[in-house]
Design a protein around this ligand. Structure first.
Ligand SMILES: [Fe+2]
Length: 182
């Protein structure tokens, strides 16, 4: 019987190595260095803490004010805290867009804020409430100015824009509140 040539085993193709898919998020590269983003985000965290503390103080006084000024102050405080509450979100989301975590707890806000938490103010002491809100709005303005400068030197125009808008509001609030005490 003629010897048949043994069939060559089919060549097993070696699996070719494919480069791993890039599943992770790429590094943030928006044209601002990591250290500059960090500085702006830290400043914005202070600003967020100040804004939140002032928001809560204003809402507290809206609830508790009494006396002959009740109606006008109750309404004025509501206008201010509603605007402030809405603005918090844009600040926190700017921190996230810069690549950092936004603070969001009372413990963090107490640590980061330049405004002291409200001591109980008697409801009839409307002048003291207004005085505290003047001081609070001005504190928010000073923090916004610091962040604005940091953002400006980092070339972070969206943060400069945001801080400019917040300054416009809080300087106006401070003026209106101060006018009540004249
Ligand atoms: Fe209310």
């Amino acid at each position: 019987m003629a010897k048949t040539k043994a069939e060559k085993p089919a060549k097993v193709e070696k699996p070719t190595k494919t480069p791993p898919a890039e599943t992770g998020a790429p590094q943030i590269d928006i044209g601002i260095s990591t250290s500059e983003r960090r500085k702006v985000a830290d400043g914005l965290s202070n600003f967020l803490a100040d804004s939140y503390t002032l928001y809560l103080k204003t809402h507290n006084f809206h609830w508790n004010v009494t006396g002959p000024m009740f109606n006008s102050l109750h309404v004025m405080f509501e206008t201010q805290y509603t605007e402030a509450w809405t603005a918090l979100d844009a600040v926190a989301e700017r921190i996230r867009a810069l690549g950092y975590r936004a603070p969001g707890s009372y413990a963090e806000f107490v640590k980061l804020s330049s405004i002291s938490d409200s001591e109980a103010v008697d409801g009839t002491e409307w002048r003291e409430m207004v005085r505290q809100l003047v001081v609070g709005n001005e504190a928010v303005c000073r923090t916004a100015r610091k962040v604005l400068k940091t953002a400006d030197s980092a070339g972070d125009d969206p943060t400069v824009d945001l801080m400019t808008q917040r300054l416009n509001i809080h300087e106006k609030n401070a003026w209106m509140l101060r006018s009540l005490l004249a």
